[in-house]
Design a protein around this ligand. Structure first.
Ligand code: NAD
Length: 502
């Protein structure tokens, strides 16, 4: 079995073989709940490694492109089954690698399973259109064609789910892949790669280069043999990715940051809203692109909400995600913890009221990791930086409002547009909210997190550039439409000219 006795030193996966990085430099993969635990050393790959991986993907493309999609799908079905067998093993490893609690890492592996099955199913769909031609004895249809070599760059917060969101649709559409996972969570991508190899993916179809963004991600953006880039990460890096793809017109998909909101109306089921806001704000230690880092509450129920929400936040148990008693794990690394601490200071300086939390946890066992208290700021102004900027940590800003229209304008008054939610029992407000919220995802009576793999996922404004992950929408990015006209009239027929009467 591949991962139970995991090697301490890992290699890149290129052309169906595990190969050392040419540069020889390595990156440590450490447990953020206990940094004395070293999970392994992974290559800090360079441009040379990336070039080899791209060459392998390019060489494998002609055969994979012509492999019938239902045959490609059989490999994905086998991969999903292997993932099911190893779900618990991989979840434990993921918790050790990035800190989120076990139920969440099980969910992460489950999301990879769901996406793999979903895309395997697409092997027998990938429907195009057939439509009447405007001319007689002429046939018209559209078919999906693969794009070529897909460069995939992923973040650390969903270490198996996000690589699978990208790799599975890319593969089922007939593309070959070079994947560069986040430097903080290489192990989960290693596990996913093992699974696809065992499921029978031919050499060169999936290649994995581990390493840092500038060293191993950046060369993918400029390599002329890479035909598309799919990136998930921060808006700051997304802008670099977009600009690097522009000169060669690479198809480029960006999924970036968020500043998501839960709106609580005065007619909401308040206990349900509080439960949702706790899960949305502090699940994955607030390190989700869809985290509910803002909660806007109607003034009529604001005081009651604050009291109960703060009491719930105080009760959250912070610790090692492997312990069943833990509600919230550590931040991913020291840098992320420092960002959280910096924003706590910013919030205080701006005059928001610190209702609970606000401190790093560094006594006793906490000293081994990157822990921070669940933190709630109350009476926040929507214009404050803590209400506007992505913190990516366990910090929630509570914002009071007076009318439904105020709530919608607070919700839309940020640069991001990923996810928004409203708690209300008024059907009119629910429908107006889903229409007027400027986000890619809207929830009613549920928090901002909880996307399902068969529906489009992505955002507007500084969150995304118009493409979507998941569902059939993902196929639109990983394939090009080809329109085919077949004329069997044996004569020249001119569209728009020969079809007009007289
Ligand atoms: P990040 O932008 O620092 O890194 C993301 C990936 O890009 C990593 O693999 C990194 O190595 C790589 N990278 C960094 N610099 C690069 C460069 N110059 N060229 C090419 N690649 C480069 O983000 P992160 O810290 O890993 O993840 C957190 C961010 O991701 C948050 O902003 C979060 O909102 C966002 N995110 C968005 C979604 C979404 O679907 N919208 C999902 C998860 C995370």
């Amino acid at each position: 079995m591949p991962t139970s006795i995991a090697p301490a030193v890992f290699k890149n996966y290129i052309n169906g073989e595990w190969v050392e990085s040419r540069g020889g430099k390595m990156i440590e993969d450490r447990n953020p709940a206990d940094t004395s635990e070293l999970l392994g050393l992974f290559p800090a790959s360079s441009e040379v490694d990336v070039a080899f991986a791209v060459d392998a993907a390019k060489a494998a493309f002609p055969k994979w492109r012509l492999t019938p999609a239902p045959k490609r799908a059989e490999i994905l079905f086998r991969a999903a089954e292997i993932l099911i067998e190893r779900k618990d093993e991989y979840a434990v490893l993921m918790t050790r690698e990035m800190g989120k609690v076990l139920p969440e890492t099980r969910g992460d592996v489950q999301e990879a399973i769901d996406m793999t099955y979903l895309m395997a199913g697409e092997g027998r769909r990938q429907f195009g259109q057939t439509t009447p031609s405007e001319l007689p004895n002429k046939f018209a249809m559209s078919v999906r064609t693969p794009v070529g070599v897909a460069g995939l760059i992923t973040p650390w917060n969903f270490p198996m789910a996000i690589p699978s969101w990208k790799a599975m649709p890319a593969l089922i559409c007939g593309n070959t892949v070079v994947l560069k996972p986040a430097e903080d969570t290489p192990f989960s991508t290693y596990n996913l790669t093992q699974v696809l190899e065992e499921a029978g993916l031919p050499a060169g179809v999936l290649n994995v280069v581990f390493g840092e963004g500038p060293g191993a991600g950046s060369p993918l953006l400029t390599n002329p043999d890479v035909n598309l880039i799919s990136f998930t990460g921060s808006t700051e890096v997304g802008r670099i990715v977009s600009q690097a793809c522009a000169p060669t017109f690479k198809k480029c998909h960006l999924e970036m940051g968020g500043k998501n909101i839960i709106i609580v109306m005065d007619d909401a089921n308040l206990d349900l809203a509080i439960e949702g806001a706790i899960w949305g704000g502090f699940g994955t230690t607030g390190q989700r692109c869809t985290a509910a880092s803002r909660v806007a509450v109607h003034k009529k129920v604001y005081r009651e909400f604050v009291e109960k929400f703060v009491a719930r936040a105080k009760k959250l148990r912070v610790g090692d995600g492997l312990e069943p008693t833990t509600d919230m794990g550590p931040c991913i690394n020291e840098q992320q913890l420092k960002t959280v601490m910096r924003y706590v200071e910013i919030g205080k300086d701006e005059g928001a009221k610190l209702a609970t939390g606000g401190n790093r946890l560094d006594k006793g066992d906490y000293a081994k990791g990157w822990f921070h208290e669940p933190t709630v700021f109350t009476d926040c102004d929507p214009a404050m930086r803590i209400s506007q900027e992505e913190i990516f940590g366990p910090v929630v800003a509570l914002i009071p409002f007076e009318t439904f229209d105020d709530a919608i304008s607070i919700a839309n008054g940020v640069n991001y547009g990923l996810s928004a939610s409203i708690y209300t029992r008024n059907v009119n407000n629910a429908f107006r909210a889903q229409r007027d919220l400027e986000t890619g995802i809207v929830y009613v009576n549920a928090p901002t997190i909880g996307a399902e793999t068969h529906l489009p996922f992505g955002g507007t404004k500084n969150t995304g550039n118009g493409h979507r992950e998941s569902g059939v929408a993902a196929l639109d990015f990983y394939s090009d439409w080809k329109t085919v006209y077949i004329d069997y009239s044996d004569r020249l027929q001119r569209a728009q000219i020969d079809n007009t009467a007289g």
